[in-house]
Write a protein that binds this ligand. Structure first.
Ligand SMILES: [Zn+2]
Length: 445
């Protein structure tokens, strides 16, 4: 026979259990109610590697100060896990190019500058994109510049010479390897004499078609790719396979080309719009996705000693991170890694009043100006492309200086969120990105 105390405690337990069940039912009900709005997150994991090409610590800091000020943390730096990656390639040279830098992420091996997606032995090994494809995941390569450039080619177009653009393009669509290809430079997709869909704006022939593998747009369409070339056609894409060749490096063009207004160019599609479209399409695949994307303009801006365009390109990187974080609200199984293949330009934040080193950028810009606005004057006068830059929300200004028109060899920051992101904390070889991303793609802890 139960004592009174026992009876009371039993009754309490029954009440507690009933209450717990009710709470559980309520939670499940709310969860179900929620998922009727957005589709339930897939258990499959997805991976996004976002590169700010040439984005070292100083670039990240300049972007933070100019766009977000001293208090609000910029989206790419607000990710919960942070580490550092070395960038040194294989071979005799101490400083990497973009090909060897991205190949380290793509295949987990250091390689020779100029190789995309291939180790020093040149033997073909699976890239992260291959691994994702074998898992039935959707694959995507997205760029604000050339979609066949070295960074993206390291995932989708393994070759020993990064300048074999049409070969890379052909590999990207071979056997429908890359489901979603979005970016610039249609010139490598059309043969000479076929101007493609985007009007040539440069009189120097820079836009002229120079494809060496025939009409690759036609080939892609015959393989089932939807083709887009401007805002409207990109908006109309439904997938599962798409090729969008839009205005190449429109932000750079805007700074360099007299009279060009990117806001009025129907062929300019902001990268974040392409990323959102890619997420929309990939969302239909329950197996998840792998995407590699970058702002190549950031690197060009470093080569050209143009801090304004570094900041403009940083805006793009932050917009992409914000878009992915929005997507992750309903699909948390996405690992997002934000990093750089190397730093470009030896850029340094300095106080106003100091002179600038006489280190010339790659090209005098803008081309139409009487004197270049990106190179220091004879007495170290600060060129206007190096500042002043106002720190948002303050009266404080800085300018930047540069040591080289080329890449530098320091470590680069990496920030991350999502499955396995914590493994990026610490100092690692850049090949570590491959190890972490591969485990995430395979759903391994
Ligand atoms: Zn690079």
């Amino acid at each position: 026979m139960m004592s009174v105390v026992q009876r009371i405690s039993t009754r309490k337990a029954v009440v507690a259990t009933a209450a717990a069940a009710l709470v559980l039912a309520l939670v499940m009900f709310i969860a179900r109610g929620d998922s009727s709005k957005a589709e339930a997150p897939t258990p499959a994991t997805s991976v996004i590697i976002l590169s700010g090409d040439g984005m070292g610590i100083q670039q990240r800091t300049a972007i933070q100060y100019a766009l977000y000020g001293l208090n609000e943390r910029q989206p790419m730096d607000a990710l919960p896990y942070t580490g550092f990656l070395d960038t040194i390639p294989a071979g005799p040279i101490a400083v990497t190019d973009s090909a060897a830098g991205a190949t380290a992420w793509a295949i987990g091996q250091k390689t020779i500058n100029g190789y995309t997606g291939l180790p020093p032995s040149k033997e073909r090994v699976p890239t992260l994109l291959d691994i994702a494809k074998a898992q039935g995941k959707t694959t995507a390569l997205i760029n604000d510049h050339d979609v066949t450039n070295a960074t993206l080619a390291s995932f989708g177009g393994p070759v020993i010479e990064r300048d074999w653009k049409s070969v890379i393009a052909d590999k990207e669509i071979y056997n429908n390897k890359v489901d979603i290809l979005m970016g610039g430079n249609e010139a490598y997709w059309y043969p000479p004499g076929n101007d493609g869909m985007i009007p040539n704006t440069n009189k120097d022939g820079e836009d002229d078609s120079e494809g060496t593998k025939g009409n690759l747009v036609e080939k892609a369409i015959s393989q089932g790719y939807q083709y887009a070339y401007d805002k409207e056609t990109v908006a109309g894409l439904t997938g599962p396979r798409v090729l969008a060749l839009v205005q190449d490096s429109a932000k750079r063009r805007w700074i360099e080309t007299k009279g060009y207004k990117l806001g009025k160019d129907p062929h300019y599609v902001p990268v974040v719009d392409m990323v959102n479209k890619a997420l929309d399409i990939a969302d239909n695949n329950p197996n998840g996705f792998f995407m590699a994307m970058e702002s190549d303009d950031l690197d060009s801006a470093g080569h050209e000693h143009d801090v304004r365009n570094v900041i403009e390109s940083g805006k793009t990187v932050n917009q992409i991170v914000a878009a992915v974080q929005e997507y992750r609200k309903t699909n948390p199984n996405v690992l997002l890694i934000v990093t750089a293949d190397h730093e470009t330009g030896g850029m340094t934040i300095e106080p106003m009043g100091e002179t600038n080193t006489n280190s010339d950028g790659d090209d005098p810009i803008p081309y139409w100006s009487k004197k270049p606005l990106n190179n220091a004057g004879p007495k170290g006068e600060v060129p206007i492309r190096s500042g002043p830059v106002t720190i948002k929300g303050t009266n404080r200004k800085f300018k930047v200086d540069w040591t080289t028109g080329e890449h530098t060899g320091g470590m680069v920051p990496v920030t991350a969120v999502g499955p396995n992101a914590d493994e990026l904390v610490g100092v690692h070889h850049n090949t570590w990105v491959f190890d972490v991303a591969k485990r995430a793609l395979l759903g391994q802890e």
